[in-house]
Design a protein. Structure first.
Length: 196
């Protein structure tokens, strides 16, 4: 009982930490998205201001450089956040696997109780451990005549060979018909001359 309570407590603590990490991660992702939209808005404003200047291309290139730098910093933050989330999930998965392995080894260490069917007395003429067939099913099985050996064998080989030969003859006829039709068609154009 104590092990179960301890395992339950550990799971609840992990779930609480997971919820806190998830909330913190969601907040960070929201902040990054807001910062990204702010950078894009600033870039649009700078780009618009550049069209009023004489050196438009230089101004736009400078605005692009500022934008790239800000977005690269945000991307680094996002990658770090993703990496942290990935590590947290991997650690959680590892804990789950360890808990599962511990539970499995605990189950294997416990002595097994004999199976229920082994405790019941065996019917007459049946070995212990083999379940008895219900009476109606046994009667049906005994009433059925045994199948003939030919029915249990593979389908008739001669019939399969005959069908295969028919299919091959049909394919040969179709191929010959297509070849005759192609031979009767006139050549549409002469081949191109070879360049000098």
């Amino acid at each position: 009982m104590n092990r179960l309570a301890l395992l339950l407590f550990a799971l609840l603590a992990a779930a609480g930490a997971h919820a806190q990490d998830a909330a913190q991660g969601a907040g960070e992702r929201t902040r990054i998205a807001q910062e990204r939209s702010r950078v894009e808005a600033e870039f649009a404003a700078r780009q618009k201001a550049c069209y009023g200047k004489f050196a438009v291309n230089d101004c736009i290139e400078e605005a692009n450089a500022v934008r790239r730098e800000a977005l690269a910093d945000l991307r680094r933050q996002e990658i770090a956040l993703n990496d942290q989330e990935r590590r947290r999930r991997a650690a959680e998965r590892q804990r789950e696997l360890e808990d599962k392995a511990a539970e499995q080894s605990r189950r294997q260490a416990q002595p097994r109780a004999p199976a229920a069917r082994d405790r019941t007395p065996a019917p007459a003429g049946k070995p212990r451990g083999e379940p008895a067939a219900p009476e109606p099913a046994r009667a049906k099985a005994e009433a059925r005549p045994p199948r003939a050996a030919k029915e249990r064998e593979l389908p008739d080989v001669e019939e399969n060979l005959r069908r295969d030969q028919e299919r091959q003859a049909q394919a040969r006829e179709r191929r010959e018909k297509v070849e005759r039709r192609n031979a009767e068609k006139p050549q549409k154009a002469a081949p191109l001359p070879v360049p000098p």
